[in-house]
Design a protein around this ligand. Structure first.
Ligand SMILES: [Zn+2]
Length: 127
């Protein structure tokens, strides 16, 4: 953590959280991934597990955006699932379910829905 403290101060506090893009103004309770250069704010460290943080960083690196980027947009998880189901029935090619799942999770993260919230809502949607 000492080397990270020097790094944050040397950049004049201009770092942004790799998850929510909030400015990181101090170096208390921040997290730096061992797998990339992303730094995560204390707020996100409190909200998400390290496992979820690492996973979200990979998704945002691959597909762009950040957590809750589209939060203000009108978004219905249930409507999104219904539209997705309609689209899938129209397509004739074989689906890659892993890719589909990652794209879907990317979409919900952009709208500020956590993976745990998604799982709960999905369970009630499927009942
Ligand atoms: Zn953050």
């Amino acid at each position: 953590m000492n080397s990270l403290k020097i790094f944050v101060n040397s950049l004049d506090n201009s770092l942004k959280c790799a998850i929510c893009r909030a400015d990181i103004k101090n170096n208390t309770n921040i997290y730096q991934s061992e797998h990339n250069f992303g730094i995560v704010s204390s707020k996100c460290c409190q909200r998400f597990s390290i496992k979820d943080i690492e996973w979200m960083m990979k998704i945002f690196l691959a597909y762009g955006g950040y957590f809750a980027k589209l939060k203000d947009q009108n978004f219905s998880l249930e409507r999104y699932l219904c539209n997705l189901a309609e689209d899938l029935t129209k397509k004739e090619k074989v689906l890659d379910l892993n890719e589909l799942n990652i794209k879907f999770i990317h979409e919900i993260l952009l709208h500020g829905i956590t993976i745990q919230e998604y799982q709960k809502r999905l369970e009630s949607f499927l009942k």
